[in-house]
Design a protein around this ligand. Sequence first.
Ligand code: CA
Ligand code: CA
Length: 290
Amino acid sequence: MRTPILSAFFGLLLIGCTTGDISGGGGDDDDGAAICGNGVIEATEGCDDGNAASGDGCSSTCVTEIARVDVSVDLPSVATDLASETMLTITVAGADGFRGPVTLAATAVDEASAVLPWTVELSAQSINVAYDSAPVTVVARVVIPSDGLAGTGSVRVTATSTAGAGTSTATTTFVVDNRVTIAVPAVNGKCAYPSSGAAAATRVKVGTKLRWVNKGTGPIIIHSNGGARGIPHQNNTASPIDGVYEKLEQSNQGGAGDLITTSAGGAFSWYCHSGGDDLGGNNPFILVVQ
Ligand SMILES: [Ca+2]
Ligand SMILES: [Ca+2]
């Protein structure tokens, strides 16, 4: 028979073993390996959110995911001209469990990262990325001025999470030809001018190539008084590039006219000699600057 003292001793051992079993359990299977997805953070787990899914902040292998915002753009590169407009589609998505507000910013820079005077407008600057939903789409409108820098530039769109998920940047490279196209639509057989008068002159730099494009369905003949700027009058037979406007009239309806390079600073006007009208001082002007 046990003495009362021995019985008490064995009882304490039993309590001790039971207590040990409880503290060492909590989901370990028989071989002691952690079980990801059981809602209990075990030895090798950085997290356990009770499921086996990734992308919600805790991965399917119970590694803590760092929530982040991702931004991308549909066009990695664009070849365009001066005086052009380009629309970019920006996509913003949350990754690894991110959801929350995002601020967008866009800027144009040259190859030395200096800011370019391009217009970059976003259809939205403050958006909200919801969890487990479709990405948010924003449109960026990029306008390159007629007197801008030809060459290579970039539009950078930065998405910044205000909920601590960092920033993400997407870039479109622009290769800009030193060329300005002047589209001339025809309305009821007459040219519809893109601007009126010297005050609204289109500014271009010396050396920029100009071309007029007939957007109408009938022939037009364009005259200019830009001879001193390198842009001939239509009937300037002395010019080695005489005939460019006839070409526009005869064969380039709806197509591209020839390129003419501006050679000196100053203002000149142009109008449709055929297809009308000559509006005098209200004709469209071009100002060539150094
Ligand atoms: Ca676990
Ligand atoms: Ca999970």
